[in-house]
Design a protein around this ligand. Structure first.
Ligand SMILES: [Zn+2]
Length: 281
């Protein structure tokens, strides 16, 4: 795909995301807290039993099976991003299909119980099926995706042209492939090239460029002030989190200090440090 066209898609996606995130209340955009787009969800940081997203809609995309039409609810900004992503894939000749979006705590309990029964242990089961509360599907921010040419939730999806397209491009729409080869120890899950999670385009591009599990990214990013997380660019997050992972907290410290100061100084600091990483590339 030509770079220029990519840029256009990104710009378009950004406008849609900005409008939808404003509509959904931008305050949560850069938050790791309850209901925040950045919230880390895994077997160590679970969602409460009664957690249900405030608002969800059905994205207008095709599903793998007719019976799955009602199983693909997502929070509105993630649904809009998914629609954009499916359209872009189609322009490139790939027909993606949605399989499973929002799943309630009780549905996840049932799935997990069935898995434990079939494999015989909780430890083995939780590598392939998240225990209740540990599934990103309960947040309405995740979707399982297959294609007309490969309709299975199987790790061979990664080797199909559609799977490769998703792995390469989903970040430009705000999604990350959450469970990859070699990351099981950190994520707690076996590779799932079909499972994508929405975190917003500035963060998804940074995470993908850094090529690290979301747990590793979140460990550093969550120490940044919310004004940075909500309004920073992908270049900033890529550079800043990269520095933090190397043990250099200089710029992160400055941004934290600016949080306590006047708004003018806060934005000036964010601009200046962003420019630092822009020119640094
Ligand atoms: Zn999934």
């Amino acid at each position: 795909m030509a770079k220029k066209r990519f840029r256009r898609i990104i710009d378009l996606a950004m406008v849609v995301l900005l409008i939808s995130s404003l509509a959904a209340g931008h305050a949560l955009a850069g938050s790791f807290d309850d209901g925040g787009l950045l919230r880390l969800i895994n077997r160590w940081e679970t969602l409460p039993k009664d957690y249900v997203p405030e608002e969800m809609i059905l994205p207008e995309v095709d599903t793998n099976k007719a019976g799955q039409k009602e199983s693909i609810y997502m929070v509105p900004c993630a649904a809009a991003a998914l629609e954009e992503m499916f359209s872009a894939a189609e322009e490139d000749g790939y027909i993606l299909l949605a399989v499973s979006g929002y799943r309630s705590y009780s549905t996840q309990s049932l799935l997990f119980k069935n898995k434990v029964d079939s494999v015989g242990s909780r430890e083995t089961a939780q590598k392939t099926v998240a225990p209740p509360g540990a599934s990103e599907h309960q947040s309405g921010l995740a979707m399982d995706v297959v294609s007309t040419n490969f309709r299975y939730l199987n790790r061979d999806f990664l080797n199909t042209p559609e799977g490769k397209w998703v792995a390469r491009n989903c970040c430009y729409f705000g999604f990350i492939v959450r469970y990859r080869d070699g990351w099981t120890k950190v994520t707690g899950c076996n590779p799932e090239p079909w499972h994508i999670r929405y975190i917003g385009v500035e963060h998804s591009v940074a995470v993908t460029r850094l090529d690290i599990p979301y747990e590793t990214y979140a460990a550093k990013a969550r120490t940044l002030p919310e004004y940075v997380l909500s309004w920073g660019t992908s270049e900033l997050f890529y550079g800043l989190v990269g520095d933090m992972l190397r043990g250099d907290e200089t710029n992160a410290e400055e941004l934290r200090r600016a949080e306590e100061m006047d708004e003018d100084i806060r934005w000036e600091t964010l601009d200046r440090i962003t420019a630092l990483y822009d020119s640094w590339e």
